[in-house]
Design a protein around this ligand. Structure first.
Ligand code: HEM
Length: 388
């Protein structure tokens, strides 16, 4: 359905244009300064301003998350169905679950950081992807033998995303589902005797019935495929920022207590996750534009979190800002349930890095390359590392 406008016309933009491909964040800044809503074939009507995105997040009855006919648990659901699934999922990320996971996660990250070269150049995104994939396998209770197939999967997914090859991306997503189904089958053959996250999910019940395989695969896909690239983007963005702000690197080394707020603030400025979708259910006006039922919207986190009306200079690093304004993990009923896990993993990676690395430098003549939508952060980040 075509989008209509009320008090102003909605300009169009092309997420695949050279300008956006060169630097998404700058391109979204320029777009937001021209208009609060912009239209593209790819992202439909994108809301660029913080206040409009918050309005949508607070009103799930008008702005539905059921943007696709595919089962998507719980991302693509509305209440009351969404409420029951959130109740099932949230305990997997509570304080007790994270305390159980933390020691193993620290060991994995320490070993990886130990193996980084000294006074040498490396492709930081290789480290970021590998580190994220290993932490994820450990969280799910998946064996080390899956590392190589998943590493290969991440490479293929990255190449298909770069090429914007939608057919290849769909095939590759299907391939990941096969890994999940194999893990489920192995646990069922073992009588679901274990205690790992995947076994717990296979034992879950909802509305007094067991979960179907399709439901478990959808949940796991959202925790794994959905998050591998976002988490790797975070590890890239954080290293890139510290490489260009050595004074911050030094002060966080001296006082790592400042890390949690610093991490959230750096990721506010440079979004690891670009956008999420909604469908309009009731006639509504937002951002000066009129929408009818069936119209499609995207919430551009990468723009809303840099809105001058809320943050002043969007590039000013101010970790003491009101955290409730930061939309890094969304807000409202769909707020990221995995945020405590993501924050723990990022803190562990940065603590291990700061403990061992004295400086990070961009390699002269090898500029970082920005990732293309839908991925945030960098596709290539050559860094030189000086260890302690
Ligand atoms: C830094 C990393 C992450 C960022 C920036 C992030 C960001 C977000 C955002 C903005 C949303 C809201 C989407 C919306 O309103 O439509 C969301 C939802 C979600 N996230 Fe995350 N996320 C991260 C990591 C994770 C992790 C590690 C997991 C699980 C292991 C996870 C699982 C989910 C799920 C299942 C939802 C859907 C929640 C719902 O619809 O109720 N995320 N995330």
């Amino acid at each position: 359905m075509a989008d209509r406008t009320a008090s102003q016309s909605v300009p169009t933009w092309d997420p695949r244009s050279a300008e956006v491909q060169a630097d998404q964040i700058k391109a979204y800044d320029a777009l937001r300064r021209r208009c609060p809503v912009a239209h593209s074939d790819f992202l439909h009507s994108s809301l660029l301003c913080h206040a409009d995105v918050v309005c949508v997040l607070r009103d799930p009855a008008t702005f539905s998350s059921q943007a696709s006919s595919h089962l998507n648990v719980p991302n693509g659901m509305d209440p009351p169905q969404h409420t029951a699934w959130r109740r099932l999922i949230e305990p997997y990320f509570d304080a007790q679950a994270l305390a159980t996971f933390e020691p193993g996660c620290r060991t994995i990250v320490r070993e990886l950081v130990d193996s980084l070269p000294d006074s040498a150049e490396l492709e930081w995104m290789d480290f970021a992807r590998d580190c994220t994939m290993r932490m994820l396998c450990a969280f799910m209770g998946w064996p080390d033998t899956l590392h190589e197939p998943l590493r290969d999967w991440v490479r293929k997914n990255h190449a298909a995303t770069l090429a914007q090859d939608r057919a290849a991306m769909a095939d590759i997503a299907f391939e990941f589902d096969a890994h999940i189904r194999t893990q489920l089958a192995l646990r069922r053959a073992d009588g679901l005797a274990g205690t790992d996250v995947t076994t717990r999910l296979a034992r879950e019940r909802i509305d007094c019935r067991p979960l179907s395989d399709a439901e478990i695969v959808s949940i796991v896909r959202n925790w794994t495929v959905g998050e591998l690239s976002t988490m790797a983007a975070c590890v890239g963005i954080l290293a890139r920022y510290l490489a260009s702000h050595p004074e911050l690197l030094a002060s966080l080394r001296a006082d790592p207590a400042g890390l949690p707020a610093a991490i959230d603030e750096i990721l506010r400025m440079d979004a690891p996750l670009i956008a999420n979708r909604r469908v309009v259910r009731e006639p509504v006006e937002i951002g000066g534009a009129r929408f009818e039922p069936g119209d499609r919207l995207s919430l551009l986190w990468a723009s809303a979190n840099r809105d001058e009306a809320v943050f002043g200079d969007p590039d000013e690093f101010r970790p003491e800002r009101d955290p409730s304004l930061n939309l890094l993990y969304g807000a409202g009923i769909h707020v990221c349930p995995g945020a405590p896990l993501a924050r723990l993993q990022l803190r562990i990676v940065m603590e291990a890095l700061l403990a061992q690395v004295r400086s990070l430098e961009i390699v002269p003549g090898k500029a970082p390359v920005r990732a293309l939508y839908p991925t945030g952060g960098y596709s290539s980040l050559p860094l030189r590392i000086e260890r302690e």
